[in-house]
Design a protein around this ligand. Structure first.
Ligand code: ADP
Length: 192
């Protein structure tokens, strides 16, 4: 494995595009010596998004747990708000909202390459939940959304950007979104 040339998949979400943050988000990766090797704006189908996010029970439970943890912290009654306090049922609900959200505007897809690109990009993006994201990260600087607010409005958390979390996820997502490898480029930056 070549850690200097690790590749990750990044997608600017509808809120990032609609807030006019496309350039700013890309700038933050480039500033950290990461290289954009593929880049495109496009309108996804619901099917494409459905196949992008995992469908397994464990992943959906994890989504639901994020809601339940936030609800517990702020003393919100999940049954009253969402009709259930079952993590899987809430996870499935959130996944559905995510499909609606991710198809609500064009997205920007890209492949980013560089030293430990997967972890580095996740660090630059910040915590999944903007209310918990550190200042200086994309999500911490440009969003204040939280599951408590989002779920009471029956929608997904808007957090500007998606980035692969593991090597397996990056490989799957790059293949899913850039099946045609010819649009992924090889070049050296002047500082390489
Ligand atoms: P990440 O995008 O950081 O990898 P996840 O894979 O856990 O995070 O979640 C996928 C996306 O689902 C998040 O980026 C966010 O938009 C949305 N999301 C996650 N948890 C919740 C939640 N509890 N309520 C609403 N939306 C959520």
């Amino acid at each position: 494995m070549n850690f200097k040339k690790e590749r990750t998949y990044v997608m600017i979400k509808p809120d990032g595009v609609r807030k006019g943050l496309t350039g700013e988000i890309i700038r933050r990766f480039e500033q950290r010596d990461l290289k954009v090797v593929a880049l495109e704006m496009f309108q996804p189908t619901k099917d494409q998004i459905d196949n992008h996010y995992p469908k397994d029970e464990a992943w959906q439970r994890r989504l639901g747990q994020k809601t339940l943890t936030t609800y517990a912290k702020y003393g919100i009654d999940a049954v009253k708000d969402l009709g259930t306090d079952d993590d899987l049922a809430i996870g499935k609900m959130v996944r559905g909202w995510l499909l609606d959200f991710m198809t609500s505007a064009p997205l920007v897809r890209m492949v980013i390459e560089g030293v430990h690109a997967i972890d580095m990009v996740r660090k630059i993006c910040g915590n999944t939940l903007p209310n918990l994201a550190d200042m200086g990260t994309i999500r911490g600087d440009y969003s204040a959304d939280s599951p408590a607010v989002a779920n009471s409005e029956h929608r997904a958390v808007m957090n500007l950007v998606h980035a692969s979390e593991t090597v397996q996820e990056a490989e799957h997502e790059i293949k899913h979104w850039f099946g045609d490898r010819s649009v992924i480029f090889e070049y050296s930056r002047l500082t390489d």
